[in-house]
Design a protein around this ligand. Structure first.
Ligand code: ADP
Ligand code: MG
Length: 445
């Protein structure tokens, strides 16, 4: 029963992932049982288990769920003892011929799934162009940018596109870490000549996160020669790093300049519009696996405002909300988002200054900043001033006397009075409560 279910799932995954990923990661697994929402699988090594968990968790869960509706998690046990089967997995063993195997590609990382906005349009266009092939124009293509901005996604997208349009091409994608690993293994197993000739025989070489080899001298050296040999033969080379070539520490000058000789493009930090676009797209994809989930007004906007560091975190946040909402069978609301993601939201909190608060509040109520700080006591000025005092107390770590000084040298008791007044009004005056809520969100975004 269990064995049948697993054989069905693994057949589907073979279709989806392709032969080499299937052989490396799925075939060596065995489904042992499903209980209390957890599916237990046996893996030949921790490495394989971790890899599968990181890369295929959702795919496997989604499929097993057809037979086990409450399934939400996979657990991997490693085979031990004398009953151990021969390790079939380990894709990086240095048997001749397997040195060359590409690292698994994530099927989701396609051009179609990549949301384009101002910050990444150049990188996207360059990647597309390189994927189309034709006369080699950008060689090497060097993509760089901060964590989680889509470098790996674009590289996989190039590989997918090339495999689709020109399956005869030998496309090799791997991380710089894997490059090093294979190089070291080849050295150890005295297969360095195989290593060299195999690497030089590919049509397209992609090396991800190349900053990893900085300071690793012999790996750098080998990389440099491989790289030169390929570019000299007009074979496309694509490299990514977390910073510009010239900023990678302990990377030899000749490598740096060689990498700068093609096209260097960076992925800029995301902006609000791009984050919003990504959220909408991801929500649609999640809904395909989890079923429809209702998302309340303002939730996407709130997330796009508040989670600004990287797309992976944004994606994780959305996934968590979907899972939670799915679990309790309710729509995703702003309150739920705030509760469920409090850890993420706190870490991306920005420090707000008293001056910023004064400026935003003046703008909101359409009064002059000089009036906010000056002595006028008319209600239409005094009230916004008190709101600014309240927000200053609430959103900054300034003491009352410090806040007083920043409000034109007022006494701390005046500030305290203002803060108390607004606290009272928040309960009775809906309009004011809305204004304060809006201002708070604006200031924290
Ligand atoms: P990097 O390699 O730059 O650290 P990744 O390519 O691994 O980043 O991206 C992190 C996650 O964010 C991936 O799941 C990726 O699909 C997603 N992502 C990043 N940028 C975009 C984008 N523009 N559109 C859709 N998904 C994106
Ligand atoms: Mg990456």
């Amino acid at each position: 029963m269990i064995a049948q279910q697993w054989s069905k799932v693994s057949k589907e995954l073979r279709q989806e992932l392709g032969e080499s990923s299937y052989k490396s990661w799925i075939e060596p697994l065995e489904l042992v049982g499903v209980e209390n929402g957890v599916a237990r699988l046996r893996a030949p090594s921790r490495f394989v288990g971790d890899w599968v968990k990181r890369n295929y968790h959702d795919k496997i869960v989604a499929r097993l769920r057809l037979d086990h509706a409450d399934l939400s998690q996979l657990e991997f046990a490693v085979e031990t003892g004398s009953a151990q089967r021969p390790a079939k997995a380990a894709p990086m063993v240095a048997e001749p011929g397997t040195i060359l195997e590409s690292a698994p590609l994530e099927t989701r990382y396609t051009f179609d799934n990549f949301v384009v906005g101002k910050p990444n349009e150049l990188a996207y266009a360059a990647a597309k162009r390189v994927a189309e092939g034709g006369p080699v124009t950008f060689n090497p293509l060097f993509l760089y940018g901060g964590v989680g901005l889509g470098k790996t996604h674009l590289m996989h997208a190039i590989a997918h596109e090339m495999q689709r349009t020109r399956p005869e091409l030998q496309v090799l994608y791997l991380s710089a870490e894997q490059f090093m690993y294979r190089f070291v293994q080849a050295l150890r197993d005295r297969q360095i000549m195989d290593f060299k000739s195999l690497f030089r025989s590919v049509d397209v070489l992609m090396v991800d996160d190349v900053q990893f080899i900085s300071g690793k001298d012999s790996t750098q050296e080998e990389f440099f020669h491989t790289f030169n040999a390929l570019v000299d033969q007009n074979k496309q080379v694509i490299i990514s790093a977390d910073r510009a070539p010239g900023e990678i520490k302990d990377l030899e000058e000749r490598i740096t300049s060689r990498m700068q000789s093609g096209l260097v493009v960076d992925l800029h930090p995301t902006n609000y519009e791009l984050r919003l676009g990504i959220l909408h797209r991801k929500a649609a994809t999640f809904a395909e696996t989890l079923g429809p989930v209702r998302v309340g007004d303002g939730v996407f906007e709130f997330l796009a405002h508040r989670i600004t560091n990287n797309v992976r975190v944004l994606e994780g946040a959305l996934q968590r909300l979907f899972a939670f909402s799915n679990l309790i069978g309710q729509e995703i609301t702003l309150d739920m988002a705030q509760d469920c993601l409090s850890d993420l939201l706190r870490s991306s909190d920005r420090r707000v200054t008293v001056e910023e608060i004064q400026r935003k509040v003046s703008e909101h109520f359409n009064i002059r900043l000089s009036d906010m700080l000056g002595p006028k006591r008319a209600r239409n000025i005094a009230r916004p001033r008190q709101i600014a005092m309240y927000l200053a107390k609430d959103l900054t770590s300034r003491s009352l006397p410090e806040i007083g000084r920043r409000f034109g040298g007022r006494d701390h008791t005046t500030i305290l009075y203002g803060v108390r007044k607004v606290e009272e009004l928040l309960v009775t005056d809906n309009q004011l409560a809305e204004d304060v809520d809006l201002l708070r969100r604006l200031l924290q975004s």
